[in-house]
Design a protein around this ligand. Structure first.
Ligand code: HEC
Length: 117
């Protein structure tokens, strides 16, 4: 094999490796959503489905981003005005889920630009 042929092969392998690396990154970041509810399938999502989807779809919360304190306020409002039951031990987990998946982004962002849903 001539030197230049080998070089081209190596370059090609390099490309394939880099592309595979990128694909792996994409997969790691891809959010898996439940096709029925639209909820991000992360830890405790079933709990949220159980407690939060009885009266309405997830539209109300998959489109807003709040910090933990304000998610707690939402839950309290649900309880005070809309008849949500006490969540008991599940409340911490529901809050973990909401804060973790529908919380405020850590990096600065421009609020005028809609973030991806
Ligand atoms: C017992 C019924 C019930 C349950 C259970 C319930 N909600 Fe609600 N929720 C409502 C009603 C009623 C509204 C008002 C709907 C409207 O204004 O159209 C509402 C509205 C909302 C809104 C919109 C708030 C706003 O100010 O517009 C959010 C967000 C929300 N709910 C989140 C949740 C979450 C999170 C849970 C689970 C912890 C939950 N809800 C459980 C009845 C419920």
């Amino acid at each position: 094999m001539s030197f230049s042929k080998l070089g081209r092969r190596l370059a090609w392998f390099g490309c394939v490796l880099i592309m595979n690396g990128n694909l792996a990154d994409l997969k790691a970041e891809e959010l898996v959503k439940d096709p029925v509810t639209g909820l991000i399938k992360a830890k405790n999502w079933e709990l949220v489905r159980t407690h939060c989807m009885v009266c309405h779809s997830t539209k109300g919360f998959t489109q807003i981003r709040l910090d933990r304190k304000n998610w707690q306020k939402i839950i309290q409002t649900m309880q005070a005005q809309h008849g949500l039951w006490q969540l008991g031990e599940a409340e911490v987990k529901v809050l973990d889920y909401l804060e973790g998946n529908y919380g405020l982004p850590k990096e600065a962002y421009n609020p005028k630009i809609r973030r991806p849903l």
